[in-house]
Design a protein around this ligand. Structure first.
Ligand code: ATP
Length: 308
């Protein structure tokens, strides 16, 4: 009997923004304690894996020049971790199609790692449970676990402990992509410098969770907050102009996504998002804009070219 030729397995995985990001003190392992609310939005990377003679990594799409093609690529690290776990050689071709801005504070690399875990475990028919996949994800990086789950979730620890939260309604966003990137460790370093050893300020998460449960975007708009924003703006002062422009264009709130420099603008509804995006695009305050919605699901196998 002829065995079927394995076709690539393709996984689509979303970007995240942080609706709330409270950065605590530095831990003995050098990471900061975080309390965050992750929210997966409809900007996606696609990760395909297929058997190959030689381990191969291809990257396509926006910002590819900034994406490492060696063993430091997070998707490739996921492949090596899973190969080690399966006791197999990593003889696969991995193809990344980037729709998530690189070094944009939207966890694109982490998304690719989550996507690679799901794609390769499907290709190799490993039948790993969510728990096992989450354990592997946490080994790879703080945001990888959320990439698996998607939705809207509370993240604690260094972000790798993730539990879903009740979020009643679809939220409408305009995402402003910046011209350059910001290094996440450098932004945390800048925050430490700005704090100068002072105690981290209180930023309670409960009002955000209540607003999400209530489903009123205006209530949520009042409670969005990101401790890394001041540090990102200090390193990239033009962001101040971008944030102001989004609100002037009609967004009900704007914030820096994670460590930046991407900015996310919450809009009252989908029509408002289209209007804000159009106006923002003409203002020259960012490289490009995208309209997005959330929450969307985490990493999952798709048939190729399935629409979002
Ligand atoms: P973080 O997840 O650390 O907040 P980020 O979301 O700001 O980061 P990423 O797009 O994940 O940004 O990229 C951060 C850096 O990680 C890049 O500058 C790049 O050198 C490296 N990197 C490793 N693997 C990948 C990948 N698969 N895609 C994009 N960048 C990657």
């Amino acid at each position: 009997m002829l065995s079927a030729v394995p076709r690539p397995v393709t996984v689509r995985v979303p970007a995240k923004i942080n609706l709330h990001l409270a950065v605590g003190g530095v831990r003995p392992d050098g990471f900061h304690d975080l309390v965050t609310v992750f929210h997966a939005v409809s900007l996606f990377d696609e990760v395909s894996v297929e058997p190959a003679e030689e381990p191969t990594l291809d990257v396509h799409g926006d910002g590819v020049a900034e994406v490492p093609l060696d063993a430091t690529n997070l998707a490739w690290r996921a492949v090596e971790l899973l190969a080690e776990r399966a006791g197999r050689a990593p003889d696969v071709r991995v193809t990344l199609r980037k729709g998530i801005p690189v070094a944009g504070g939207m966890a694109g690399g982490s998304a690719d790692a989550a996507g690679a875990l799901v794609a390769l475990s499907a290709l190799w028919r490993m039948e790993l449970g969510r728990e096992e996949l989450s354990g592997l994800a946490a080994e790879l990086g703080s945001d990888v676990t959320f990439g698996l789950h998607g939705g809207t979730a509370l993240g604690t620890g260094r972000g790798e402990q993730v539990i879903p939260v009740l979020a009643r309604h679809r939220l409408h966003w305009v995402i402003a992509l910046a011209r350059g990137g910001l290094s996440t460790p450098a932004v945390f370093g800048e925050l430490d410098r700005l704090r100068g050893g002072a105690e981290p300020p209180e930023r309670p998460v409960e009002p955000v969770l209540e607003a999400l449960a209530g489903g009123d975007p205006r209530q949520l708009a009042l409670n969005l907050g990101n401790d890394l924003q001041a540090a990102a703006v200090s390193m990239a002062p033009d962001l101040r102009r971008t944030l102001r422009a989004g609100v002037n264009a009609g967004a009900i709130a704007g914030l820096v996504s994670g460590s930046g420099p991407t900015c996310a603008f919450l809009c009252a509804d989908s029509d408002a998002a289209v209007e804000v995006a159009t106006e923002l695009a003409g203002m020259g305050v960012c490289r490009t804009v995208r309209v997005a919605h959330g929450p969307v699901g985490g990493a999952r196998v798709i048939d190729e070219h399935e629409p979002p």
